[in-house]
Design a binder for this molecule. Sequence first.
Ligand code: DAV
Length: 372
Amino acid sequence: MIVNSWNEWDPLREVVVGSADNACFEPIEPGNRPTVRNAPAGSPFPTGPKPRAAIERANEELAGLAALLESRGITVRRPTPHDFAAPVRTPDFEVANQYCAVCPRDVMITIGHEIIEATMSRRARYFEFRPYRELVYEYWNADPDVVWTTAPKPSMDDGMYREEFWEWPLAERHRRMHSFEFCVSQDQVVFDAADISRFGRDLIVQESMTTNRTGISWLKRHLEPRGFRVHPVHFPLDHFPSHIDCTFVPLRPGLVLTNPERPLLDRDARLFLDNDWQLVDAPQPTSGNDEMPEYCQSSKWLSMNVLSLSPTTVVCEEQEKPLQDLLSKLDFEVLTVPFRNVFEYGGSLHCATWDIHREGGQEDYFPTLTRP
Ligand code: DAV
């Protein structure tokens, strides 16, 4: 068995680590309004390929992560080179360039023996499965138990998006925080893989800018007949939610690292509290939002985007000392790598990886759901 991964923490044996080769700046499009951090409003966001030096700095840190994982006996695979500078034109939209293969987590997910390619939510990422296809074919050919599923691609035409979302003032976002309506309408199936977090039989999926309720319905109908339970989750104070792995990060059975600025909706938290899970807030990150790299579109909470190598070992960004101390106190062995040059590509350690094989099988960590 090659493809086997049921949760975020079992001992890691094989993993894909992203690559910054040929990365481009993310284009402005209806589902994304990238901005230069700390620049006057209206400052143009760069377009086209990222500078060579920025790509080299990121690649060096990605290689550092790969070397650390290999030193722990983990097999590391890398994406195939892809021309992200090429424009995309479909019958429904055109976009001037694509993005990158730094964050396989956003696109690809292993659920047991199944590999799912997400629909994606942004035009520039429509073909981001391509750098992983060679690997998928290799796993699919080598392991007859592998199930390979590509989720239905949405049109990504203008009508799929709600562009006024970007103009709502903060007060408006606050007023709407319990409607969970963001920049993508509910008409088509839309999800990024990184809005899903795996807990054995149970999967939680965040409603976000990158995953809508129709996308969650698709996941439910696809996975529940296969023995999973899919639970939508909500973090009402996150007005720009995208990807669950800077918000709610399980570290071992019974323990989730939580974001103190983005509490889980009470009714969603019940599942965890009723089953004796402990929700532990991460400490404040060492960099404020203002100190994140100028082209980074993610928040300071990339600090908590850690990668578990096992229920007792976690990889953490080198500068995040307060989080490292908390993890040590919780009895984890904490490994560190520098990773800040990867941040402007949309993620940290969890985002930049896609686990193919973790030991273990499908367990039930929420017995109240089955107990009569
Ligand atoms: O908190 O900014 C970033 C997730 C990146 N994949 C955040 C979420």
